[in-house]
Write a protein that binds this ligand. Structure first.
Ligand code: SF4
Length: 248
């Protein structure tokens, strides 16, 4: 038990150290991209203690769950952080919906990537323009495509800026414990069996024993379950741009 506690304490300390040194080095040109996941709630709390005026943005894809908005408001209130909402380009969404309908992402992998590119990838790229670094809640435990993550990486997909992953080694139970200990809010969907939360029509609850991200784009294979926010170019040889990626 003591070992487990030590492991948790060490992971919290490491995350805070990684965050602090990144913010000291890059502020004000560093930002957190928050989706109000458990990871992002933890990071927002840590950031608010280090640099309450740090930039935090969130992408409103237009298809988020109501619970995500509720969580966003609560986290904003508790941390005092200012949240900058970033939206997809209106004309792109209008064209997509008019030409292909409201659920085109279910028809093929390409169609799903098209929607993710319009609603997530392009707004992310826009939000990262001018930044020297960005902070993510990526963890090794989350996905088969995330095993080679590092605390600090160069993000070639976004102009070679630095990408900081402070929660790299965190486990699910660490997130819950940190949120509990610090009395932080979280999306009510987690209490309904969701283990990874994205857009409403592309996320479902998972069953015990399923991979935490099994509820994301559940109609696709595990290797395809990414949206292009975190491109791994080393694995991109055989796929079209943005197809092989790892992200929220
Ligand atoms: Fe579109 Fe689904 Fe991707 Fe959201 S997660 S941008 S709804 S395909």
């Amino acid at each position: 038990m003591a070992g487990k506690n030590n492991g948790y304490a060490a992971r919290v300390k490491k995350a805070e150290q990684v965050l602090r040194s990144a913010i000291e080095e890059f502020h004000p040109a560093i930002t957190l991209a928050s989706s109000f996941s458990l990871e992002d709630v933890v990071l927002m709390h840590m950031i608010s203690k280090i640099r309450p005026d740090a930039r935090v943005f969130a992408i409103d894809t237009g298809r988020l769950n109501e619970e995500t908005y509720q969580c966003a408001d609560l986290v904003k209130f508790i941390t005092g952080l200012k949240i900058e909402w970033v939206f997809p380009r209106f004309e792109d969404v209008q064209k997509l919906e008019q030409e292909k309908g409201l659920f085109s992402f279910r028809s093929s992998l390409d169609a799903r990537h098209e929607c993710c590119n319009i609603r997530k990838v392009e707004p992310l790229s826009r939000a990262l323009k001018g930044q020297k670094a960005w902070i993510t809640g990526l963890r090794k435990e989350q996905n088969v495509t995330r095993e080679e993550l590092k605390y600090v990486e160069i993000d070639e997909a976004h102009g070679g800026i630095t990408k900081i992953n402070p929660l790299l080694e965190w486990e699910d139970k660490d997130l819950k414990r940190y949120i509990d200990e610090n009395k932080l809010p979280y999306s009510a969907l987690y209490d309904r069996g969701y283990t990874s939360i994205g857009c409403a029509p592309c996320t479902r609850a998972t069953e015990p024993g399923e991979h935490p991200r099994a509820g994301r784009w559940w109609w696709e294979s595990a290797e395809q379950k990414e949206c292009g926010l975190h491109v791994d170019y080393s694995k991109q040889k055989d796929v079209s741009a943005g197809a092989q990626a790892s992200g929220k």
